[in-house]
Design a protein around this ligand. Structure first.
Ligand code: CA
Length: 229
């Protein structure tokens, strides 16, 4: 059972979220401020921390900094609406993901699962193979298979597919894809993402009537999965 530490002072948010997470089988602790969060984490540890940036007293960014000095526990930041600065600061401090308010509880649960899956596959050598339907990506062998057949990919196509496979059924914007797959100082525009998505489609979705890589017009792309592991 994974243990989640929620750091949030607003009960109107933390109450329904912890109820839902417990229903989903997680063990949940709520801390209402940064000092409480750090002492709970020292005492009980956690498998993942959901950290609001807007806290009374010590700020969420300071909590994240202090947690990072002690541990590599995955951190998902809850940031204010449309605040690019929060997002950048959070990721620079070593947060693993962020969710922008307002969001649905289901979205938060999906992010938690995705981050836990991602960190588990980094920790566990046996889980170095990502699977989405009949598509497999083997990190160690640097090999991709669709329905058992090896698909040859360039290094960038491999990185792009890996990022999509780590976030199945989640729409990823072109900007997010650029950030994760290309270097941060990459000066190109997002049209390069469109080009690489089309290369990747030709290789992994050549004949399917229901392609795995779907375009969400005006938003970005999503890898549609019925089964993942
Ligand atoms: Ca708050």
């Amino acid at each position: 059972m994974s243990r989640i530490l929620i750091v949030e002072d607003e009960e109107s948010f933390s109450d329904p979220l912890s109820y839902l997470l417990e229903k989903e089988g997680f063990e949940v602790t709520v801390a209402a401020d940064g000092n409480e969060a750090l002492s709970v984490f020292e005492r009980d540890s956690a498998d993942l921390i959901l950290l609001d940036l807007m806290l009374p007293g010590m700020s969420g960014t300071e909590v994240c900094r202090q947690v990072r000095q002690r541990s590599n526990v995955p951190v998902i930041m809850l940031t204010a609406k449309d605040s690019e600065i929060d997002k950048v600061v959070g990721l620079e401090l070593g947060a693993d993901d962020y969710v922008t308010k307002p969001f649905s509880l289901d979205e938060v649960v999906a992010r938690i699962r995705a981050v836990l899956r991602r960190t588990a596959s980094l920790d566990d050598d046996d889980a170095a193979v990502l699977r989405v339907d009949d598509l497999e990506l083997d990190d160690d062998a640097h090999e991709v298979r669709r329905g058992g057949e090896v698909v040859e990919l360039s290094p960038t196509e491999f990185k792009l597919l890996r990022y999509l496979m780590m976030n199945p059924n989640r729409v990823l914007s072109k900007a997010q894809i650029l950030d994760h797959v290309w270097e941060y100082d990459f000066n190109g525009d997002a049209s390069i993402v469109e080009s690489y998505i089309s290369y990747l489609r030709r290789k992994i979705d050549p004949h399917s009537s229901e392609p795995l890589i779907q375009t969400k017009r005006g938003f970005g792309y999503m890898l549609k999965a019925d089964r993942t592991s």
